[in-house]
Each structure stands twice: as structure tokens, then as C-alpha cells.
Design a protein around this ligand. Structure first.
Ligand code: PMP
Length: 367
């Protein structure tokens, strides 16, 4: 494909060129059926094959056992902020939200509408520059659940390791919207994981939910009065075909997951993502303070690299210059400003190297 930008968008974000080409080739005539996959019934064989392959590929990549169900839902991660408490926050219990950024705050706020919550740890005092040390996190066996955000898209921080999460006695729930399928993951340490697809695994419109069957059983007693569309059990019982799914988004999800598999799976994604992020963090660390990373080095995300320049004016010039060079999406989130390079799976190493070179040249010129 020609004229592809260096795409650092935070989500929706870069998709693999191979996946886009495949979609283009199959757009008018999917698999010799004389119509696109979008034009097929969601109850027909063509779409159902895509649907179940998407689920099977996700399971294979993450090594997920039959103790879990995978659901393909709509409404984005934001709907999960509500579905989680609707299904799991029983009366008389408290949900524990570990606050590591704006998205975890939003998740907690939504739960506050439905029941009691508290936060067993918060990074707000250090401007969300680091994920709390595990030993400082308060949890209780009676928590309705413990909710964490694995990668903080806006601040550029990430949990580095999930081993000790298994020590928690209450169900563990994670919003993994911005790093799922970017690295290996011990799914067995979690009871529910959710992620909007639009960063690492496809276009927007589909949300992946991984839920343990044990937790699903528990929701029966809590979510009895909740509208059917909002119950996890509704979707699990109908294998995510309760109502019309976002068929094209699921098709793209399937093809993106198969691209990950064909490119070495999660170990290979992790190695590549570390190398890519390393190029940008090196540029920050070697800049003598010209570029300042927001994240504490111990909490750095390999998905979103956030940094500032010495002045607002230089930041603006940097962003303007970057745009002229064909770099897209480097503005920091509107709530924090500065710069952010989102470098999900589909962003090639060459884009990170081109940005690194631009950063070095810009510093030389403006220091
Ligand atoms: N959680 C995280 C970590 C996110 O990055 C985002 C979106 N950027 C959301 C939740 C919200 O996702 P959605 O727009 O799919 O509702």
C-alpha cells in the first residue's frame, strides 16, 4: 500500500496493512459467495464461521482453557464500566477500584451509580505517573471484585507483571483495552477481562470479554433484575449471537488476530513492542531532559509513550513539524496535553525509528 502515514493514533489506531488488503480484496465477494461479509445474515454459515473462528483464535493466542467464555459485545469498554457492576456488585458489598488513570476513574464512577465502591490504591497524587506498588494496594476478601486497568492509555503507564494478582481473594477484573494481545497474559489470574478492539485487535465496534464460568454463575444471583441485554449470561448462553453482532468489526477482529498468530503470537508481539517502545524511551532518556517522559521508568507502557517538551510553544512546533513529516496522532490526550505516541501491534518498527530520528533532529535544532 502506498501513502500510508506513520500512524500513532491512540484508538481507533493503525491496523496491519495485510489485514486491510485482505478486507479490500474480499469486500465485494467474500469467499466466492457473491456478497461482502457485511451483507451476509448473522445467522448464516459464512458469518457464523467468521464469528466462531474469531473466538477460537483469541482462545488459542491467549491459551485460554474451557473454564472461560469469550464474548463479543458492543458498546465499547465504556459499556463494560456499567455491565461489570450491574452483574457483579451485590448489595451490601463494595467494589474495589485501583485508580491508575482517567479510565479507571471513569469505571469507578459508573459503578458508583449502582452501589458502593472504594479504591484500594490510587496514583492520583503522583499525577498517575506510576502504577501503585503491589504491597501498598489494600484489598479485602469480601470485596465484590477488584478492578484494575492494565495499561493507562492517557498517562502512558502499565502494570508490568500480573503474577501477584493471584494472591487476591476477591474476583479480579481488568480493563485491558489498550494492551490486550500485545504481550503474553496469565488469564488464569483474572476472572473477567474486557477490551474494546480498536487499539490492538481491530476497528471499533466490537468489545472482547473473557469471563470465567465460575464468575458467570455468580452473576445469576446478582443480575436477576437487570435488562437481558446487559447480563453477561444472556450473551454467554447465545454465544454472542443474542442480537445482531457488529459483523464487519468481528470479521476484522478475526483477521487481525490471525495476523498476530501468523506473526509469531504474543511472545513475538511483546518482543517487537519492547523494541519499538525502546527506541522512543531511549530518545527521551538520551535527550538531557529536553524530552520528559510522564511515566516513571518502572511503570512505562510499551503501548503509549507520553512526553513533554520544555515549553508549550516548542510542543506546538514539534507537533506541527511532525504532522508535516507524515506523523499522525502525536497530540497528547486533551485532558493532559503534551505528546503521546501510541505504538500498538500494527505500528511498524520503522515508524518508531522515523519518529526517534525526528525527535533527535528537532532537539538539535531547537535546544
Ligand atoms: N479503557 C481504556 C484503557 C481506554 O483506553 C479506553 C478508550 N481509549 C476506554 C476504556 C474507553 O473505551 P471505549 O471508547 O471503547 O468505550
Amino acid at each position: 500500500m502506498t501513502n500510508r502515514m506513520h500512524n500513532f493514533n491512540a484508538g481507533p489506531a493503525a491496523l496491519p496493512a495485510e489485514v486491510l488488503r485482505k478486507a479490500a480484496a474480499e469486500l465485494e465477494d467474500y469467499n466466492g459467495t457473491g456478497m461482502s461479509i457485511m451483507e451476509h445474515s448473522h445467522r448464516g454459515e459464512s458469518y457464523e464461521t467468521v464469528h466462531y473462528e474469531a473466538i477460537a483464535t483469541a482462545k488459542r493466542l491467549l491459551g485460554i482453557s474451557d473454564a472461560y467464555d469469550i464474548l463479543l459485545l458492543q458498546g465499547g469498554a465504556s459499556l463494560q464500566f456499567a455491565m461489570v457492576p450491574y452483574n457483579l456488585l451485590a448489595q451490601g458489598k463494595k467494589a474495589n477500584y485501583i485508580l491508575t488513570g482517567s479510565w479507571s476513574e471513569k469505571a469507578k464512577k459508573e459503578a458508583d451509580h449502582l452501589g458502593e465502591t472504594y479504591s484500594g490504591a490510587s496514583g492520583k497524587d503522583n499525577h498517575y505517573s506510576r502504577v501503585p506498588d503491589f504491597d501498598t494496594i489494600r484489598t479485602d476478601a469480601t470485596d465484590a471484585y477488584i478492578h484494575l486497568t492494565s495499561n493507562n492509555t492517557i498517562y502512558g503507564t502499565a502494570w508490568q507483571d500480573f503474577t501477584r494478582v493471584s494472591e487476591w481473594e476477591a474476583p479480579v477484573i481488568a480493563d485491558m483495552s489498550s494492551d490486550i494481545f500485545s504481550r503474553p497474559l496469565p488469564v488464569e489470574n483474572f476472572d473477567l477481562i474486557y477490551a474494546g478492539a480498536q487499539k490492538n485487535i481491530g476497528p471499533s465496534g466490537v468489545t472482547l470479554v473473557i469471563i470465567s464460568k465460575t464468575l458467570l454463575e455468580k452473576t445469576a444471583a446478582i443480575a436477576g433484575d437487570v435488562p437481558a441485554i446487559l447480563r453477561y449470561r444472556t450473551h454467554a448462553e447465545k454465544t454472542s449471537l443474542y442480537n445482531t453482532p457488529p459483523t464487519f468489526a468481528v470479521y476484522m477482529l478475526k483477521n487481525t488476530l490471525q495476523w498476530i498468530e501468523a506473526n509469531g503470537g504474543l511472545q513475538a508481539m511483546d518482543a517487537r513492542n519492547r523494541e519499538k517502545a525502546g527506541r522512543l524511551y531511549d530518545a527521551i532518556d538520551e535527550s538531557d531532559g529536553f524530552y520528559r517522559g510522564h511515566a516513571h521508568p518502572s511503570s512505562r507502557s510499551n503501548m503509549n509513550v507520553t512526553f513533554t517538551l520544555p515549553t508549550e510553544e516548542l510542543t506546538e512546533r514539534f507537533l506541527e513539524g511532525a504532522k508535516n513529516k507524515g506523523f499522525s496522532g502525536l497530540n497528547g490526550h486533551r485532558s493532559v496535553g503534551g505528546c503521546r505516541a501510541s505504538i500498538y501491534n500494527a505500528v511498524p518498527l520503522e515508524s518508531c525509528e522515523a519518529l526517534r530520528d525526528f525527535m533527535v533532529a528537532f532537539q538539535k535544532k531547537h535546544q
